[in-house]
Design a protein around this ligand. Structure first.
Ligand code: HEM
Ligand code: HEM
Ligand code: SF4
Ligand code: SF4
Length: 366
């Protein structure tokens, strides 16, 4: 039935959940489900999985911008129809994977993808820089300090060679979040790009009591910088600017506390996080560069700083060492020395459990 705005509950369908995942399995995936014997990476972007029955599945992984038009998705579907029996999948890092069940179908698929310029760049496998997990930025969210898509495009352009090759000691996961809500994976990535503010929010006293629930605002602040205050006969809040570290959490709760600022906002870079348990336990990423200004549309300083970190890591780390493992082996003082990054007071943790991050040993390198 068509939707009737005058009877909105009529014929309403709800709580049906997503379609079952295996409805969309290619037949050869369904047949060999749970029976895989081994896999190999044949070349950057191309994998083969071999099942106990001897069945082979070839996967071609291609980069994607994540934010995409329906036209682009139709082109993906057209490729999938032509080569893959109409099946296709997306990865957890928003790459696209095309699969074929016979080696003879692999080269035509690769040739077709390559013939489409750089719309479907192959890569993202093995010791590469794969896709950047990122957020909404200025395209859609109201709390960002930086853009997402623009910076991601600029960084991937500069690191493009690393996407389609395996020349790093281990995989390098880069992620971006446009504010420190950190939607996504910035807190657990080899290199993380994070939007930060440097000025306290502006308090629109005439609006606070109308649009905000003041106790929520007060409780939102991690450093207790906010207290209630009467301004004339209106209820509002006062922000102790010396306690505010510009997290923007009070603005998330209260639209009358805008914090975005063209000059103040910019990028912090973090390094050394990982989520896998291989060799060493998962790690949080740690602050490497406290602030780089927003420089749209190509963000050259951010791009060059990331490139420098990747290059120093690539030339200095041992095989299989993730960025965090490399830094912990050589020591943070060596990391700053080798990359030429400046160590500043902002690097020193000063939040609650900060003491555990200071050095309680005489072991260090001059
Ligand atoms: C796991 C973390 C999160 C994910 C994956 C996520 C994902 C999303 C997605 C997919 C949208 C819709 C985007 C669109 O329609 O274009 C969205 C919107 C939004 N998210 Fe999240 N989100 C996360 C965490 C958060 C958190 C922690 C907050 C705030 C504390 C937040 C605040 C918002 C807001 C305010 C919007 C609406 C933006 C707008 O329409 O202007 N999100 N989020
Ligand atoms: C102490 C706090 C947190 C811890 C310990 C934590 C830990 C982790 C870990 C270990 C992963 C990787 C999981 C995996 O790939 O298997 C992860 C991923 C993720 N986290 Fe967090 N997280 C925290 C806070 C947050 C916050 C505040 C947000 C968003 C508002 C967030 C959003 C996400 C998202 C969206 C992913 C998936 C990333 C991806 O699939 O690439 N996390 N987190
Ligand atoms: S990281 Fe912050 S600004 Fe970016 S989408 Fe998430 S909540 Fe919005
Ligand atoms: S921006 Fe963050 S630290 Fe500053 S007052 Fe708001 S919640 Fe507190």
């Amino acid at each position: 039935m068509p939707f009737d705005p005058n009877d909105i509950m009529k014929d309403r369908i709800t709580d049906i959940g997503p379609p079952k995942y295996d409805n969309f399995f290619p037949p050869y995936i369904k047949e060999n489900y749970g029976k895989w014997k081994y896999h190999e990476i044949l070349e950057p972007g191309v994998l083969v999985h071999v099942a106990e029955t001897g069945a082979e599945v070839y996967t071609v992984r291609t980069g994607a911008p994540r934010l995409m038009s329906v036209d682009y998705i139709r082109e993906v579907c057209e490729i999938a129809d032509k080569h893959c029996g109409g099946y296709v999948r997306w990865t957890t890092r928003n790459n696209i994977e095309f699969m074929v069940d016979d080696k003879s179908k692999l080269q035509p698929l690769i040739d077709d993808l390559r013939s489409r310029g750089n719309w479907f760049p192959m890569g993202g496998t093995g010791a590469s820089v794969t896709n950047i997990v990122h957020t909404q930025g200025w395209v859609h969210c109201h709390t960002p300090a930086i853009d997402a898509s623009g910076i991601v495009k600029s960084v991937m352009d500069e690191l493009f060679d690393y996407f389609g090759s395996h020349k790093l000691p281990a995989q390098v996961r880069i992620s971006l979040a446009c504010c420190l809500n950190m939607c996504g994976a910035v807190h657990c990535s080899d290199i993380a790009i994070l939007g930060v503010h440097r000025k306290p929010p502006f308090v629109e006293h005439d609006r606070v009591q109308n649009v905000c629930e003041i106790p929520l605002v007060i409780a939102a602040c991690p450093t207790a910088a906010i207290k209630p205050k009467k301004v004339g006969d209106r209820k509002s809040v006062e922000i102790n600017q010396n306690r505010c570290m510009f997290c923007g959490n009070c603005y998330t709760m209260c639209p009358a506390l805008p914090i975005a600022d063209g000059d103040g906002d910019g990028i912090a870079l973090w390094v050394g996080g990982k989520v896998s348990n291989s060799r060493t336990a998962p790690k949080f990423s740690k602050l490497a560069v406290p602030y780089i200004p927003n420089e749209p549309p190509r963000w050259p300083t951010v791009v060059q700083t990331i490139k420098k970190i990747v290059e120093v890591y690539a030339s200095d780390a041992r095989r299989y060492e993730r960025i965090g493992e490399w830094i912990e082996r050589i020591g943070w003082e060596r990391f700053f020395e080798k990359t030429g990054l400046e160590f500043r007071h902002e690097h020193i943790d000063d939040y609650r459990l900060a003491m555990t991050t200071w050095r309680t040993t005489t072991q260090f390198k001059f």
